[in-house]
Design a protein around this ligand. Sequence first.
Ligand code: ATP
Length: 451
Amino acid sequence: MKQDVSEKITSLAKRRGFVFPSSEIYGGAGATWDFGPLGVELKRNVKDAWWRTMVQLRDDVVGLDGAILMHPRVWEASGHVENFTDPLVECRNCRKRFRLDDLPKGEELAAAWRAKKLDLSGVSCPNCGERKLADPRQFNLMFKTFVGPVEDTASIAWLRPETAQSIFVDFENIQQTTRKKLPFGIAQIGKAFRNEITPGNFIFRSREFEQMEMQYFTRPSDAPRFYDEWKETRLAWHVEQGIPREKMRFRDHADDERAHYAAAATDIQFAFPFGWNEFEGIHYRTDYDLRRHSEFSGKNLEYFDDVANERFIPHVVETSVGADRATYAILCAAYDEEPDKEGTRVVLRLRPHLAPYKVAVLPLSKNERLVPLAREVWSKIRPAFMSTYDETQAIGRRYRRQDEIGTPLCVTVDFVSLDDQQVTIRERDSMSQIRVAIADLVPALREKLGA
Ligand code: ATP
């Protein structure tokens, strides 16, 4: 039944134009996805909500849009060339490859491996069933390419596996141009790429995805306090996006499993239909990144604290959430089914600010007297709300179509509207209906949307 929900969401996403496999007519392109007309609106709304909360409503965080291609030394300094690896296990029988922690009881196996006590001789290959899994080897997840016409070591470029590094590399430029004092943050939304060994679960794990990351620079002694604060702030943000508190939990990383840059780390996990899994990471990165970039670039990235009259390298608390994974969690949390007289009503109970369309305008029928008024109503509300218009099929079917894509309000134009210049507003969640004068429609919709 649980698995069923993810299948239903995947099929709804495909059928209604939220998400398609990339390059589908060629058989797909290995765990990359295209966001269709509704998906691009939903994901953009998620990103806008994050940007608004993290940048626009805060006076201590500024934004950045850094380049994806960076100097190759960046990734040596950051430790990614050496350490950004996953343990890869290959079956000697069927040659299929797995990430160690994606095998059944993967967390236990990964812990045993870290403790140098792993024994795979009793573990069956999930593909062929043979007990012929080879010992893990480290596999670097970064995509490598070359800049310019010559493919040699001097022209290597990496597709960034996280957006954070341009924030560190631009730290001095941003601090000087904005004259921000500690503590302050730099936020960024952008594409990241990882050559994942076992991508899957729809858009949960793909090879190209978007991250929404914020690095908060602090005095070293303040960092633990901000780490705790950011955990709560980020959890509260997810609740505002409609994810119930009880469907989320923190999972602190054990000392031996943390990323190479982190002194403390926790995942915010969501109860996905296929189990509890991370969709945001909060990391205390210490002064690791700025210190390493100082060493590798030769540029002193110390901060001068004019209150204490001292120089030091700031410490960093990072919040990092995948835009695609967060969108998926929001879709899972919003998906609902309820019995109705036609069988089942599927409703995406998206918060209005996230819904692709806020309003759908529907003439009761395609009648030639109704359509012009309905179109006129649509043209009135269009500048105020992202909205759509639909005149095909029976009205009940059209309400269901809007429920299924999460449109919070429908406006119906009927024959009485021609005489009294009033229309019906129908709510997605309660299905209740009220009559409103066309002249008052925009403020009435605004009030209902809480916009
Ligand atoms: P995982 O353990 O799932 O591989 P991670 O711990 O490597 O994730 P981070 O490096 O902390 O992930 O990245 C921060 C966020 O970026 C994750 O919480 C997730 O939302 C997103 N993310 C990471 N890898 C992917 C991916 N392959 N596809 C989609 N989103 C991803």
